[in-house]
Design a protein around this ligand. Structure first.
Ligand code: GDP
Ligand code: MN
Ligand code: MN
Ligand code: MN
Length: 250
């Protein structure tokens, strides 16, 4: 398997056709997986925003004031308002805002970005990243597309790429019912392929001024395995999130 960046991608603007931009620059094969940073998907979809568009309500003012006190860093209540408006659930409200977006992804500040955003204060995540992935896929010779974002994680330092949307493939490889080398049947392993490919792609995309938001994964084979499209956990099946909730609302 190899990964390579799509060369010479310009600064993406609202209305740009990402599939056409990619197709002009690489000869894609049907079994390629095209990994696109959410940043450029958002730009193409015009998800730019300015703080003045988010007049803060009482809840946002309260959250921002508390976070400012706690961190010693002045938090803009309009930013808290933007985070709330992009979210369906507030998972943690200190020492940062960890929320669930409308499409089910849990991330700090609802994934709202302030880096690589020219002329505006904020860049919101795509509204429905899997639908974005499907639209891009329709314009490509490649059959599989993943929309990635760089995200922190609990328990470990450092950030890595995750899949926030995908099309043309299932999210996970289901190993349940298969055997290990000793013939023991695997009971629980469902491997999040889209996250693994997103993490690899993120390594090539870079985080700063690299200018390589699209990475092609060539030669990845699914193999003879089951498939699952489950990706974002529901609160009901997420014991860590439940524990966090019990702890933080004491
Ligand atoms: P995120 O991980 O989706 O939040 O995106 P990042 O801000 O980390 O950017 C990922 C990569 O895309 C980096 O190499 C950036 O330099 C690059 N990038 C971001 N926006 C653009 C753009 O409009 N055009 C190009 N060519 N590269 C961009
Ligand atoms: Mn991001
Ligand atoms: Mn990134
Ligand atoms: Mn293992």
């Amino acid at each position: 398997m190899e990964l390579f960046p799509v060369p010479d991608v310009p600064e993406i603007r609202e209305g740009d056709d990402l599939a056409a931009l990619v197709s002009e620059r690489v000869d894609l094969r049907p079994d390629d997986v095209v990994c696109v940073a959410s940043t450029v998907v958002s730009k193409a979809e015009g998800r730019f925003a300015d703080l003045e568009a988010f007049p803060a309500g009482p809840r946002a003012r309260e959250l921002a004031a508390r976070l400012s006190d706690l961190t010693g860093d002045e938090k803009d209540p309009r930013f808290a308002q933007a985070v709330l408006e992009e979210s369906v659930d507030l998972v943690m409200d200190e020492p940062f805002l960890l929320t669930e977006t409308r499409f089910g992804h849990v991330g700090v500040n609802a994934g709202i970005d302030r880096s690589n955003v020219p002329d505006h204060d904020l860049l919101l995540l795509p509204k429905r990243p899997s639908e974005s992935a499907e639209r891009i896929r329709e314009g490509l010779a490649a059959d599989r597309v993943i929309v990635t974002d760089t995200c922190g994680r609990p328990f470990r330092h450092g950030q890595r790429g995750v899949a926030i949307g995908w099309a043309g493939m299932s999210a996970s490889r289901d190993w349940r019912g298969e055997s290990d080398r000793d013939g023991r049947e695997l009971g629980v392993t469902v491997e999040s392929v889209v996250d693994e490919l997103a993490a690899a792609a993120n390594l090539v995309q870079g985080e700063g001024a690299d200018g390589t938001p699209v990475v092609v994964v060539r030669g990845f084979e699914w193999g003879d395995h089951g498939e699952s499209d489950a990706h974002f956990r529901d609160v009901d099946g997420d014991f860590v999130r439940q524990a966090l909730r019990e702890w933080s609302y004491d």
